[in-house]
Ligand binder design. Structure first.
Ligand SMILES: Cc1cc2nc3c(=O)[nH]c(=O)nc-3n(C[C@H](O)[C@H](O)[C@H](O)COP(=O)(O)OP(=O)(O)OC[C@H]3O[C@@H](n4cnc5c(N)ncnc54)[C@H](O)[C@@H]3O)c2cc1C
Length: 479
């Protein structure tokens, strides 16, 4: 009897699911507005980066249902991403599934994660338009389908995009370093080139080209990646690819100074350290990127086998397309409470947002520490609004918002390879405070990031990866 009851429950559920699925491809499918008094208000979060994830972690799911829309189902611990490109760390160690950050997303009946990107907003009707992301589904790639999600509160935390400055060929031939799949692509290409260069009959010139790794952009990401690469060459290539060890080189191209956010003394230290590790520093501006070489402004041709592009970030096409007030630099403009003042119930945090000029506040740097603290602040603000009864759409007009968001810079860090790093704990280059370079800084860098890794599971992964790399060397299998 119990079996029949459960069978009939399953059948009725599968019929209603297929009916719902049938309605999904039409633009009308999705989540409708919540009922005041009967349902919890719904917070819709766009993005699973530092800002969106910190926000979701802090949201009181006793007050709100949380719906997250993002093209990836995990957060990337970006400060350690460069280490995964050469196998110092494994990819899993820097990716945190969203369901572990906010468990309600996988359990609560009104909370969901949708693997999709937001394509448009309708702030009048409190609705976001979404489209599923189906790339990577193999040969049977599904057609993306469209749906709508109604929100009571909307948080846009969709990040930024790598800047290419419109230079021809960058998108086609260079690899960015922003996502785990970029790091995977870099690792596969590096190992492929190492193996191809050892094949009989390959010319000397081709060998040199294949094993020339060029990094464009001397900010912290470009420098850290160059440092990781030179460590990999010095330790692992020399031991395991000794036939080609004299052919492999790293060149870092920067238009101005490397690490321009650090002071002169730390910059000089980084320059010396990288040079000692064999990284060639070239001052130049890239004019054109071709499949096997780049052309600099002065006409110099630089052949490459691997090209990594890391020249800063700018607004994504999605952010540019939104009909919302903009801050300097094209980011979404917010007030001191991170609200978009011209529309009800919409907030923006992280790299995609900036203070409106009218606030008189400077644009904050595109950093994880800014995004994370904005996420934490906004979670508290939304909880406060929800507790005061303003959680549902258009109901927060009279709620006291409390203190505005204030950012205090905690300092900057960057590794330069060979167990050396820079640590600058001052508010700005001009102020007094701790700033040092060397092994102690490297130890501070590692300890700081180990404690910042989101979960105990990943902290454990990272510590074990560091230990195994130290004892056995990096993994060089091309999987
Ligand atoms: C390699 C690397 C190293 C870094 N190291 C440091 C460091 O050491 N210290 C530091 O402070 N900062 C560092 N940063 C910068 C830091 O990672 C960013 O400032 C931070 O990730 C910004 O967080 P965010 O949430 O705004 O955006 P992101 O982390 O970029 O997340 C944006 C999210 O939005 C999603 N998204 C995009 N478009 C849409 C859409 N249309 N709809 C829905 N979702 C969308 C994306 O898939 C992603 O999940 C580093 C960055 C990189 C790339």
């Amino acid at each position: 009897m119990a079996f029949l009851r459960s069978l009939s429950r399953c059948l009725s559920r599968s019929f209603s699911t297929s009916a719902a699925a049938a309605s999904i491809p039409s633009a009308g499918g999705g989540l409708s507005p919540t009922f005041v008094g009967r349902e919890k208000p719904r917070v819709v979060v766009l993005g699973t980066g530092w800002a969106g994830c910190r926000l979701m972690k802090g949201i009181d799911t006793g007050i709100y249902d949380v719906v997250c829309v993002s093209p990836r189902n995990h957060m990337v611990f970006t400060p350690l991403l460069a280490s995964t490109c050469v196998g110092t760390l494994e990819f899993r160690s820097v990716a945190e599934p969203i369901g572990r950050i906010q468990p309600a997303i996988s359990r609560a009946p009104g909370s969901f994660f949708f693997l999709a990107k937001c394509t448009a907003l309708d702030t009048e009707s409190h609705t976001v338009h979404c489209e599923t992301v189906t790339d990577g589904a193999g040969k049977t790639t599904l057609e993306p389908w469209k749906f709508k999600v109604s929100y009571d509160k909307l948080v846009i935390a969709s990040g930024s995009e790598a800047s290419t400055f419109g230079i021809n060929g960058v998108k086609e031939h260079a690899i960015f370093l922003r996502e785990v799949y970029h790091a995977q692509e870099i690792r596969r290409k590096l190992l492929l080139n190492l193996m191809l260069s050892d094949v009989p009959g390959i010319s000397e010139n081709e060998k040199c080209r294949l094993l020339h790794c060029v990094v464009v952009g001397g900010g912290p990401t470009g420098v850290e990646f160059s440092g990781e690469l030179s460590d990999f060459i010095i330790k692992d290539v020399h031991e395991r690819y000794s036939h080609v060890k004299d052919y492999i080189h790293v060149t870092l191209i920067e238009a101005n100074e490397i690490l321009s956010s650090f002071d002169v003394r730390l910059r000089q230290y980084a320059t010396n350290q990288l040079t000692k590790s064999g990284v060639r520093l070239v001052r130049g501006i890239v004019k054109d990127v071709q499949p096997e070489k780049i052309i600099l402004n002065d006409g110099t041709e630089v052949p490459y086998g691997l090209l990594v592009w890391s020249t800063g970030v700018g607004p994504s096409p999605f952010v540019s397309s939104l009909q919302l007030p903009k801050a300097p630099g094209g980011r979404i403009g917010v007030d001191e409470w991170l609200r978009i003042p011209s529309v009800q119930d919409v907030f923006s945090i992280g790299d995609c947002s900036g203070f409106l000029e009218s606030t008189g506040k400077p644009t904050l740097p595109a950093l994880a520490q800014v995004a994370e603290r904005q996420g934490k602040y906004l979670a508290n603000l939304l909880n406060r609004i929800g507790k005061a009864g303003g959680g549902h759409a258009n109901s927060a007009a009279n709620v006291d918002l409390g203190a505005p968001f204030v950012y205090r810079h905690l300092g900057s860090m960057a590794t330069v390879g060979r167990y050396k790093a820079l640590v600058d704990l001052r508010q700005s280059k001009e102020e007094k405070g701790l700033s040092l370079a060397g092994f102690v800084s490297w130890f501070i860098w590692r300890s700081a990031y180990l404690t910042r890794v989101i979960s105990w599971r990943n902290r454990f992964y990272v510590a074990i990866n560091w230990l195994t790399t130290f004892v056995f060397g990096r993994d060089i299998s091309r999987i």
